[in-house]
Design a protein around this ligand. Structure first.
Ligand SMILES: [Zn+2]
Length: 138
């Protein structure tokens, strides 16, 4: 658990990205296209909820989260800003709630960046280790 400060809503970026080749097929904010520039601002067709988007992505047809959170360490803000990048579906949903609950002056806010590790045995007995990211209010 890492105490952090997120300074403003612009410090949280949750794009939905589908990399079907070059150029990237689909980049949006979950509602509107961001790329390509010629289509910026057009409705992208993604489902409204993160659970629905996840189901479409699992079918191989939808984009997946590409998340960047810019933050300062709550206990040492003077050392500078850091970027945390992940494609976590869980964190994408949590960050949508953080941004939706924030008034324009609701940030900066203190949060805890949570990183937990897990492990499971997959097909063929292959042991798989993973890190799960999350965020909660500090
Ligand atoms: Zn989309």
């Amino acid at each position: 658990m890492l105490p952090i400060v997120i300074e403003d809503p612009a410090s949280i970026t949750v794009w939905m990205v589908r990399r079907g080749g070059r150029p990237v097929e689909h980049i949006c904010d979950g509602g509107y296209r961001v790329v390509p520039a010629a289509k910026e601002g057009e409705l992208c067709g993604c489902p409204r909820t993160m659970a629905e988007r996840r189901a479409v992505a699992r079918s191989g047809l939808g984009p997946k989260p590409d998340i960047t959170v810019i933050f300062r360490l709550a206990d040492a803000p003077e050392v500078g800003r850091f970027a945390f990048r992940t494609s976590s579906w869980d964190l994408a949903g949590e960050l949508e709630r953080v941004v939706a609950a924030s008034s324009p002056t609701g940030l900066p806010g203190r949060f805890h960046l949570l990183l937990t590790t897990g492990e499971f045995v997959g097909k063929g007995g292959v042991r798989v280790r993973y890190a799960r990211s999350g965020i909660d209010s500090g």
